[in-house]
Design a protein around this ligand. Structure first.
Ligand SMILES: Nc1ncnc2c1ncn2[C@@H]1O[C@H](COP(=O)(O)OP(=O)(O)OP(=O)(O)O)[C@@H](O)[C@H]1O
Ligand SMILES: [Mg+2]
Length: 104
């Protein structure tokens, strides 16, 4: 059944053979606030980085309003309407504070 919103199906992601996500399926229905909770290292940021185009999943797929979405870059995710605010300050050291504030 098509979901109005963002759907992740069967996402897996490993780093150097260490699994961060294993077969994760999750819906983000349009118009709802969805909270993702889990212990440190559970894979929350990895999931968000896949949605945001920072990482490619090893397996699984994303659909936005029923259309397959394959963000290969953060720009692709932005173009699809996905905005990510980093958990930790992610600064670019060689530009000014003001330029860091307005990144993205
Ligand atoms: N770029 C990376 N290279 C290697 N391992 C990584 C990388 N990113 C995440 N991991 C590993 O993947 C697992 C999931 O990490 P992730 O940062 O997604 O968890 P989290 O749920 O966001 O944790 P926290 O609550 O501490 O923010 C951890 O074992 C982490 O060490
Ligand atoms: Mg995190």
């Amino acid at each position: 059944m098509q979901l109005n919103g963002l759907r992740a199906t069967g996402l897996s992601k490993s780093f150097a053979g260490v699994p961060a996500l294993r077969d994760v399926s999750l819906d983000f229905p349009a118009g709802a606030v969805t909270a993702l909770m889990g212990e440190n290292g559970a894979g929350k940021s990895t999931l968000i980085r896949i949605l945001g185009g920072d990482h490619r999943p090893d397996t699984g797929r994303l659909e936005l309003d029923g259309v397959v979405l394959e963000p290969a870059t953060p720009a692709d995710a932005r173009a699809a309407g996905i905005r990510v605010i980093g958990q930790e300050p992610e600064i670019v050291p060689h530009v000014s504070v003001a330029e860091n504030v307005y990144l993205g």
